[in-house]
Design a protein around this ligand. Structure first.
Ligand code: HEM
Length: 579
């Protein structure tokens, strides 16, 4: 029989363990009661049936094969669909431009990041931009935004080139090595099979490491990666695997002091939880070390004059921070938080976008040829030793079109979530094209369907689901930019790929110029073609490519084995022969 402990047996640890159990049971029971009692909060909003009475549609939304389900929601149910969370909790999946304008811009103070997002990020990254809300977030944005100015990005342009050129040199070596191995085997003897997503991931981390922290994580010259690289790479997929468990983090953070919670996490016998804890520790310790070394240089005023770190973003941030009134300054922990968050926010997103561009160009060789032609012509007329100026790179029309179209159709972050912190009635357009509205009660979870919104026919026209960079070129380009009747509230080319409003991507201009310089450099030196592999794009909060191989397993059952990567046939481009 279960017996209650006597008072003397109630040690602090036991008390906390009982509190945790009581809290979880209370939350579970109140949700079950709500589920049993509830009438629909959104009876007029269509949506898919719940898959499970415990996890609703969460299993379909948070799986690495979930992207088709995300896209299906807007295709089948229009701009607003009802989906289910835990125990019948009704949530809204929103792609409608007017509704999104309310949520992200007009009524943005009424809709904030979810507690799950904030609390998880606070534990993993510390109190940086993605782990704060309200006034604290506003204060941090004010301090961080200026360090991504065009002036600062222009200063970083030589660094972007330096790293892109280094990347080309190592890829050249790899291609030559592969070509020698293939020389008597096939007709592609001068091309090599190269995993371009691996290289895009490494260049993205090295670029953000050097440009943001003034720190080299990966000299791009060996297969070895340092503990920080491994930590950053493992973090997003591991966190995505824990998506459903992470929903409970906001309750868990109410239990006991941080030291106790840390002990609890250490005791959890789960490989993924321990991986997240280790990644978080490595990122924190590295960022703290870098910040300390930069701080030491401040009194000696050596920050402006030292080697490659002279233009990095954290140095700028430290200098700006010193100039702010004390009440607006970022604390030490907030600065460490920004460092980790900037690296984390920049790496997988940029690498995903670059991989997708290279893949699309290998699927559409005509576009690849035209784009290379544009780049070579610009380089021919440039007097800058094989490099274009910031202003010239930004202006290349085909490059701009290819990047915009790829980010529109394949946004690396296909959705984010928000929670209503104040009740609001927001407008939307029904599937029949009528104007309607929906009242969103406090506590409702909303999905901002970035990928779905970026494919809405009402915004992008009948060819919304096609990859067609032409829509951004010439007169059609200005139509796309200006004359659409329904507009999305995004900061980048009217797409939601970098979101919009006060929590939009702070590094989008950085990402844009970085990606353009990497593409200019790669395309002027190589051609990219498809291999025979089947490429699948999986969701782990951020989209990434894998190869899928079908085999016949025991009993003749077909099995699919997936391996992360994007192999492409890479060949050195000879500008004289045009090959
Ligand atoms: C193709 C590349 C990128 C894409 C598609 C992208 C996309 C996004 C999106 C969708 C958000 C909103 C997240 C949310 O609300 O939950 C975001 C936020 C953010 N991004 Fe990016 N991003 C990219 C590159 C970068 C880079 C290069 C940096 C930094 C150097 C960066 C730093 C951040 C930060 C700090 C935030 C949080 C902003 C805030 O909450 O105030 N991102 N990004």
């Amino acid at each position: 029989m279960l017996s209650l402990p006597s008072l003397a047996e109630l040690t602090p640890a036991r008390l906390l363990a009982y509190s945790l159990a009581a809290l979880t049971a209370h939350s579970f029971l109140s949700r079950v009661l709500k589920f049993l009692r509830a009438q629909s909060v959104f009876p007029h909003i269509p949506g898919p049936p719940s898959q499970s009475w415990i996890t609703g549609n969460l299993g379909q939304l948070f799986t690495n094969k979930g992207l088709p389900f995300h896209l299906l929601l807007s295709e089948r149910y229009g701009g607003i669909a009802r989906v289910y969370g835990f125990f019948g909790d009704e949530q809204l999946y929103i792609c409608d431009p007017r509704a999104l304008h309310s949520i992200l811009v007009k009524d943005q103070d009424a809709f904030d990041e979810t507690a799950v997002f904030i609390e998880n990020n606070r534990i993993i990254f510390g109190p940086g931009l993605v782990a704060t809300v309200g006034e604290q977030h506003k204060r941090q944005r004010k301090a961080v935004k200026p360090v991504f100015s065009v002036i600062q990005l222009k200063k970083l342009t030589p660094l972007f080139y330096e790293l892109a050129e280094k990347l080309c040199d190592v890829i050249s070596k790899e291609v030559r090595g592969e070509a020698i191995m293939n020389s008597d085997a096939n007709s592609n003897a001068d091309s090599g099979r190269v995993d371009m997503s691996e290289w895009m991931s490494r260049i993205a981390l090295e670029t953000v490491g050097q440009a943001v922290l003034g720190y080299s994580f990966d000299p791009l010259d060996s297969r070895q990666s340092n503990p920080y690289t491994a930590a950053v790479k493992e973090l997003i997929p591991t966190l995505f695997r824990l998506s459903i468990v992470r929903q409970f983090v906001p309750w868990l953070t109410r239990i006991g002091p941080p030291a106790f919670r840390r002990k609890l996490v250490e005791l959890v016998p789960h490989e993924a939880v321990q991986k997240v804890k280790n990644s978080s520790d490595v990122m924190y310790t590295t960022a703290k070390g870098i910040l300390e070394s930069k701080r030491k240089k401040i009194p000696e005023r050596r920050l402006e004059t030292e080697g490659p770190s002279r233009q990095d973003i954290i140095t700028e941030l430290l200098k700006n921070n010193e100039r702010l009134p004390e009440s607006e300054q970022l604390s030490e922990e907030e600065l460490i938080g920004q460092m980790t968050v900037l690296i984390f926010g920049a790496q997988d997103t940029t690498s995903s976008a670059l991989s997708r561009v290279l893949y699309m160009l290998s699927v559409h060789p005509n576009w690849q040829d035209d784009l290379r032609g544009e780049i070579l012509e610009a380089l021919d007329t440039s007097d800058r030793d094989g490099r274009l100026r910031y202003e010239d790179v930004v202006k290349l029309p085909l490059l701009d079109a290819v990047l915009k179209e790829t980010l529109r159709l394949f946004p690396p972050v296909p959705f984010v979530r928000r929670t209503a912190i104040q009740e609001r009635t927001i407008p939307f357009t029904t599937q029949a094209g009528d104007t309607s509205s929906v009242t969103i009660p406090v506590g409702t979870t909303l999905f901002v369907g970035i990928a779905g919104a970026n494919r809405m026919e009402s915004v992008w026209g009948e060819d919304a689901k096609e990859w067609n960079p032409e829509r951004w070129v010439g007169s059609r380009g200005s139509e796309t930019a200006h004359s659409s009747s329904a507009k999305l509230p995004g900061i980048y080319a009217g797409t939601l790929s970098f979101l919009g409003g006060s929590r939009s991507c702070v590094g989008y201009k950085f990402a844009e110029i970085e990606m353009k310089i990497i593409l200019v450099t790669l395309l002027s030196r190589f051609t990219f073609a498809k291999t025979g592999d089947t490429i699948v794009w999986n969701l782990s909060q951020i989209i990434s490519p894998s190869t899928a191989t079908r085999t016949l397993g025991d009993g003749g059952v077909e099995e699919v084995e997936e391996k992360k990567g994007l192999p492409l046939l890479v060949r050195a481009y000879d500008s004289k022969r045009g090959l």
